[in-house]
Design a protein around this ligand. Structure first.
Ligand SMILES: Cc1ncc(COP(=O)(O)O)c(C=O)c1O
Length: 465
């Protein structure tokens, strides 16, 4: 029987998933991220992906790493392939303290917990602090992986506006006061201070003390997530908030962007009591982080010029950032704006008024270019803070974008410059500009009608749905 034959009944949710009634309530907050669907599309060779945040691994010395790994198995295989401590190996925790010292952090290896990427650290922190309905503060926009973790623990995410200098301390303070007036204390403030994902901006050093003071005054913990801090294009390293406030900051770090994400090695540096809870939570999740990849990272840090490798990465990313900014300036139509990141992987881009980056995505993929729509980076994508639908069409093209500007989330997108070659980036931006030109032309012809209504069902690429 086909769907259009008489008597055919549409399958219900229960027919599609017979286990539906069994799931815990928290699974309601677990939805596939827009990024996940995009990775499938972006991996097609004909598509220039400006979507994913994949590090540029061709910059790694693979031959010498292969030799090191063989050596590692020969000399330390019996320990490296065995179970290990739930907190991580002492050697790696010591090395991690040396890495963090670059940001002014003085820490004891006892306070470091090694995790399976900093994503697991985010999950552990949320697990030990958040009951359903608890408030978590985050920047607007914020890292999509953190938002999905908070949602999976049924936390209520309240986002605080940013501008070119990161989160706005006065807005944060006002939000804390407003929540206090409602009798609510956020469990923590989650922030990505350096080369923000997705906004590409850095929290001004002068603002850091204000942020810390407000959080301390309201007894709100800071979760400082810093995977990009060593990837500035001019070599500047910003002081970590953890450096000045060891008691009220949980610092999250990662080797994903400075070495390799496939190793899945990250860490949390936490006040002593919090660290104890983190280790217990980590133990119940994984028993212990993989010993083998911890040995790989320890050996790499001990025997390789890892700072030289980071410099190599920084140069690769700066070249790509330059290619993206030059192509945007050359090709984008009037009414577009974008940030000018000084490090990291991302440009935050605003399309002209009346366009909708989520609705436009399937058409962009048809034109062989992919990006992440801005709505992915807001817990409440329909009503993000600090945004309205006011007109800003007076802005000339290429005007500095600010994450705190007034464009609605539907006009925003994240463009990643980390992985494609500069030539591919230029081509991707050119394709994207052509898509925008066409959308604008249709808008001029038909008026500002939502593209979804205008074109009927969209199905050029099912995996962008
Ligand atoms: C801000 C931020 N935090 C955490 C992560 C997770 O990184 P990891 O690979 O260490 O789990 C990412 C990954 O892109 C990120 O951008």
């Amino acid at each position: 029987m086909t769907p259009d034959q008489p008597g055919h009944q549409q399958p219900t949710h229960r027919d599609l998933d017979p286990h539906l009634r069994r799931y815990a309530q928290r699974t309601a907050g677990m939805t596939a991220s827009e990024i996940r669907a995009l990775f499938a599309v972006a991996s097609r060779p004909e598509v220039v992906s400006l979507a994913g945040g994949m590090p540029y691994l061709p910059a790694l010395p693979l031959d010498s790493l292969a030799d090191e790994l063989a050596q590692l198995i020969m000399t330390d295989g019996m320990t490296a392939l065995q179970y290990g401590s739930a907190q991580g190996t002492p050697e790696l925790r010591e090395r991690i303290c040396e890495v963090m010292a670059l940001e002014g952090i003085r820490a004891h290896p006892d306070d470091v917990t090694v995790t399976v990427g900093s994503q697991m650290a985010l999950d552990m922190v949320t697990r030990i602090f958040c009951d359903p309905g608890d408030v978590v503060l985050a920047e607007a926009p914020s890292y999509v992986g953190a938002l999905s973790t908070f949602a999976s623990y049924q936390a209520q995410v309240v986002q605080v506006p940013m501008d070119d200098d990161g989160v706005i301390p006065a807005e944060l303070d006002a939000m804390l006061r407003s929540l206090r007036a409602q009798g609510r204390t956020p469990k923590f403030f989650y922030t990505i201070p350096n080369f923000h994902n997705p906004a590409g901006v850095t929290l001004a050093v002068a603002r850091r003390a204000d942020v810390q003071q407000s959080c301390a005054e309201h007894q709100v913990l800071i979760v400082e997530d810093n995977p990009y801090g060593l990837l500035s294009f001019d070599g500047q390293i910003y002081p970590a908030m953890r450096a000045t406030d060891p008691d009220n900051v949980v610092y999250l770090g990662s080797f994903s962007k400075t070495f390799a994400p496939g190793l899945r090695v990250g860490w949390a540096l936490a006040p002593h009591a919090v660290r104890e809870k983190l280790v217990l939570a980590a133990e119940s999740a994984t028993l212990c982080p993989p010993t083998f990849t911890q040995f790989v990272v320890s050996r790499y840090l001990a025997q390789h010029d890892w700072k030289g490798q980071i410099k190599h990465y920084r140069e690769a990313y700066r070249e790509r950032r330059d290619a993206m900014l030059a192509a945007l300036a050359q090709h984008m139509p009037p009414g577009c704006r974008w940030t000018h990141p000084a490090g990291g992987f991302y440009v935050w881009f605003t399309v002209p008024e009346g366009l909708d980056t989520k609705a436009m995505l399937p058409r962009a993929v048809t034109q062989r270019v992919a990006y992440v729509p801005g709505t992915a980076f807001y817990a409440d994508s329909h009503n993000p803070p600090g945004r309205d639908n006011s007109s800003d069409s007076d802005n000339p093209p290429g005007d500095d974008n600010s994450p705190g500007d007034t464009a609605p989330a539907g006009r925003l997108m994240r463009l990643s410059f980390c992985y494609p070659t500069p030539e591919r980036i230029t081509e991707g931006v050119r394709r994207l500009a052509a898509v925008l030109e066409r959308e604008l032309e249709l808008q001029r012809t038909f008026g500002s009608v939502r593209p979804r209504t205008m074109f009927g069902p969209q199905s050029p690429s099912p995996d962008t749905a």
